[in-house]
Design a protein around this ligand. Structure first.
Ligand code: ADP
Length: 516
């Protein structure tokens, strides 16, 4: 009771004192790390969309700069009052950068779109073969607008051929961009055609999630720019760091869960053992006290002269003999167990005649069987090979099996003992028709101190050591114990002992049957 109370407290302490806080901290760690990662990504996305906007504008400025430097001769011609032909000729000189020079008379200006770049109006219009007209206003000597002069050009060609210049020179020179050149180095810029195809790129994108697009307006309508972080951008390091950190925290969490489960299993096992040991002490005490009390009673009765008749004396003497045997078997078990636990039990192997060993053991046990009204069917084996065994230990194992068969039989008091050759081993079997062992307990009963705590077993006393000893001794022989059992039908325990190499036993014995 106290032990299970302690075990509950220890488990609660492990769960609520260690595992749960550790898991909560791990969860908090993951949550905070993710928040940082999302905040950095959000910030980067905002910056990228701002940069995309700046890039879109920068193309218009780049066009403007070109128009401004190359239109100067045409402007001069207009100001000096020269005719359209002269103005066209001046524009024609700069045609290398564009396609074909053109002028728009003042009256036609309303058909063109107007874009103001850095307070300078730019005229533009869609033309044939997806060409765009871009030009600037021309004024006469008095400053009156006489029309516009400019060029037909391919916006795609202009954008592609100026992307590098815009990114390398125009953006870094922009005082409104924080980080200037340094920050643009960690960004990837791409140019997209109206149908979404990628036309050109400066640096590869390292994180598509952070990519943001912007439409380029005015003469470049329909084209878009895309800005994303490159693989060496801080946002990419952060997401790598976050993935690593979450993996570490995850591994740590798993380690904590594993350690908790393992720790709980160890604690539960230790507490179970403590409980089992407590039960063992009370069982052993009872086991020792009962025969001592019976022997003492028989002795005192005889000493007081109350056992008058020879039959009474015989009965008391039989009791003393039987109980002494029981006592010595229990003491043997406890001593053997203690020696095995301490690693001091040394087995002395020799070639052993199993038939003889079985006969001697069965004979020493027969008085108890007879006294308890059991029928023993002992088929003394013939032609068995010698086995490699410690005779005392093997006999002890057989005695334990016989003792259990006797203890756990009910009304049907029949025990059968036999042996046979099985390959390179000899099988020694003890069968009873007792209460049997439920399947789920059949493995555990070979553990020390374990007793099946159901039904009638509580009525039968024992220390829970016998089978554990049998199992350990048989393993030390290189053999094993086998069990077939069914509740209410009985059990058969079989000792499998390896044969001593190159030997055979002799002298077959006739079948013997003992019963009450
Ligand atoms: P003990 O008999 O002292 O309790 P053992 O180690 O010999 O210890 O046996 C362990 C448990 O296995 C027993 O408590 C009993 O429940 C079960 N057991 C062993 N032999 C038999 C048997 N022949 N029939 C039914 N149950 C058995």
């Amino acid at each position: 009771m106290a032990v299970s109370h302690i075990s509950r407290r220890v488990m609660l302490l492990i769960v609520f004192g260690v595992a749960l806080p550790a898991m909560l901290l791990a969860g908090l760690g993951i949550f905070l790390t993710l928040r940082i990662a999302f905040a950095v990504e959000d910030e980067n996305v905002r910056y990228n969309s701002y940069m995309a906007q700046q890039l879109a504008e920068a193309f218009e400025q780049e066009l403007m700069a070109h128009l401004r430097t190359q239109i100067a001769p045409a402007e001069n011609a207009a100001r000096e009052g020269e005719g359209t032909a002269a103005i066209r000729a001046a524009l024609q000189d700069a045609v290398g950068e564009f396609r074909s020079a053109d002028t728009v008379p003042r009256d036609d200006l309303s058909h063109y779109s107007l874009l103001v770049v850095e307070s300078q109006p730019v005229f533009y219009a869609a033309g044939p073969d997806s060409l765009t007209f871009a030009g600037m206003m021309l004024r006469d000597g008095e400053g009156r607008i006489i029309g516009a002069g400019g060029w037909w050009f391919s916006p795609e060609w202009f954008l592609v051929s100026h992307l590098q210049t815009v990114v390398r020179n125009r953006l870094p020179a922009n005082p409104r961009l924080y980080g200037g050149f340094e920050s643009t180095r960690r960004l990837s810029f791409a140019l997209l055609s109206p149908d979404g195809a990628e036309l050109a790129q400066v640096r590869a994108s390292g994180n598509p999630r952070t990519a943001r697009e912007e439409e380029i307006g005015g003469p470049f309508e329909g084209f878009r720019v895309r800005v994303a972080a490159t693989s060496n951008a801080p946002v990419v390091w952060t997401s790598r760091f976050v993935a690593l950190e979450i993996t570490f925290i995850g591994i740590m969490g798993l380690a904590i869960i594993a350690a908790t489960v393992l720790g709980m299993r160890v604690v539960v096992r230790q507490l179970e053992l403590a409980q089992i040991k407590a039960g063992f002490v009370s069982n052993v005490t009872h086991e020792l006290k009962t025969p001592i009390a019976l022997i003492r009673l028989a002795y005192e009765t005889m000493e007081l002269g109350r056992a008058d008749s020879p039959e009474d004396r015989d009965r008391f003497l039989r009791t003393i003999g039987r109980e002494t045997l029981r006592l010595s078997q229990l003491v043997d078990n406890i001593l053997d167990f203690a020696r095995l636990e301490a690693g001091q039990r040394v087995l002395r192997f020799e070639s052993v005649d199993v038939a003889k060993l079985m006969r001697d053991t069965v004979d020493s046990f027969r008085p108890r069987l007879v006294a308890e009204g059991f029928a023993l069917e002992f088929e003394e084996p013939s032609d068995l090979p010698l086995v490699r065994a410690d005779a005392t230990a093997l006999s002890h194992c057989l005695l334990n099996l016989l003792d259990n068969a006797l203890k756990y039989s009910r009304q049907r008091k029949e025990i059968r003992v036999w042996a046979e050759t099985r390959g390179d081993a000899v099988a020694v079997a003890v069968r009873d028709h007792g209460m049997g062992i439920p399947h789920e307990h059949q493995k555990r009963i070979f553990e020390k101190f374990v007793r099946v705590e159901t039904g009638l077993v509580h009525d039968v006393k024992g220390a829970g050591l016998g089978l554990s000893l049998v199992d350990q001794i048989m393993r030390a022989h290189g053999g094993r114990v086998e069990l077939t059992s069914a509740p209410d039908e009985g059990s058969t325990f079989t000792l499998i002992v390896p044969v001593a190499t190159g030997t055979r036993s002799e002298r077959p014995e006739p079948l013997e049957r003992t019963g009450s």
